[in-house]
Design a binder for this molecule. Structure first.
Ligand SMILES: C=C(O[C@@H]1C=C(C(=O)O)C=C[C@H]1O)C(=O)O
Length: 270
């Protein structure tokens, strides 16, 4: 099973990290783009992945109910740090983190809609000062977005959760938990157990939110209030409104030619 290595998924894994993990379940922790690749190659069977990547491979995957990494407005950890307003990035260098698919697709969609054509680069965005020396803007997600003082180095920091909310008044689903269809067909009861474990693990995470915040604070070396605010802004469920918002996002990606076919959102049912 996969695990996102950022603090954003830590509420979901709290229980598994504190005794719930059974001996037969191996955990692979990595950044979203690596988990995206590993679920397609079959190196992992169940994992959180980028929602946009699910859309690209929906025929091979099924969603697990009630799990996501989402926001409803600001998210803090998905940002475009830029020295120009979005509409003024024509011909400018924009570096995309290599760890994202959802935020990267969303950003491309925004540039397409606004008829702005930057010069894209893909790279490592772990040091904001170094990044600012080589490009005009950077798309950053996860711990690196929270940890580095992007707002001190770039003129603007645009929160993509907020940007989507201003456009749609809807939540944005960045990550979803999926199972490979072939595995779910073969082992439906095992998948049901893993799904139940994830839900129980998440429940324990929300019951021990103070500890989750403390662990995030220690990992990122930031003030407690910032981490607390971060987890207040993040949602790990997948209710009807989020599903509808996700479908709308996929439809917009299709309209912009970023997706090749309509996504038929399908859930695992035991
Ligand atoms: C909110 C976040 O959501 C994430 C963004 C992802 C993406 O852009 O592909 C994938 C998984 C999530 O980790 C974040 O990374 O901070």
């Amino acid at each position: 099973m996969g695990k996102i290595s950022y603090i954003n998924a830590s509420p979901v894994y709290y229980g598994l990290d504190h005794g719930l993990l059974p001996h037969w379940l191996a955990m692979i922790s990595d950044v979203p783009s690596v988990l995206n690749r590993k679920i397609i190659t079959g190196q992992i069977e169940v994992s959180p992945i980028s929602a946009a990547f699910y859309a690209m491979h929906h025929r091979e995957l099924l969603l697990l109910p009630d799990l996501s990494i989402s926001c409803h407005g600001r998210v803090l950890s998905v940002i475009l740090a830029s020295n120009y307003a979005i509409d003024d990035l024509e011909g400018k260098k924009v570096m995309f983190t290599r760890e994202s698919a959802s935020a990267a697709s969303f950003m491309k969609m925004i540039f397409n809609q606004r008829k702005v054509s930057p010069v894209y680069e893909i790279g490592s965005v772990n040091n904001c000062r170094m990044v600012s020396e080589s490009v005009d803007a950077a798309l950053v997600i996860g711990d690196a977005a929270l940890r580095q003082p992007w707002d001190q180095v770039f003129e603007y920091t645009i929160d993509l959760g907020q940007l989507w909310f201003e456009m749609t008044q809807l939540p944005f689903v960045f990550a979803v938990w999926v199972v490979r269809r072939s595995f779910a067909q073969k082992y439906p009861f095992l998948v049901k157990d893993i799904h139940q474990l994830l839900l129980e693990s998440k429940k324990q995470g929300y019951q021990h939110m103070d500890e989750v915040v403390e662990a995030g604070k220690t990992k990122l070396n930031l003030e407690r209030s910032i981490i607390k605010e971060y987890f207040d802004l993040l949602y790990c469920d997948l209710d009807d409104k989020k599903i509808k918002a996700m479908q709308m996002f996929f439809n917009s990606l299709l309209d912009q030619g970023i997706l090749k076919e309509k996504t038929d959102i399908r859930f695992f049912k035991a």
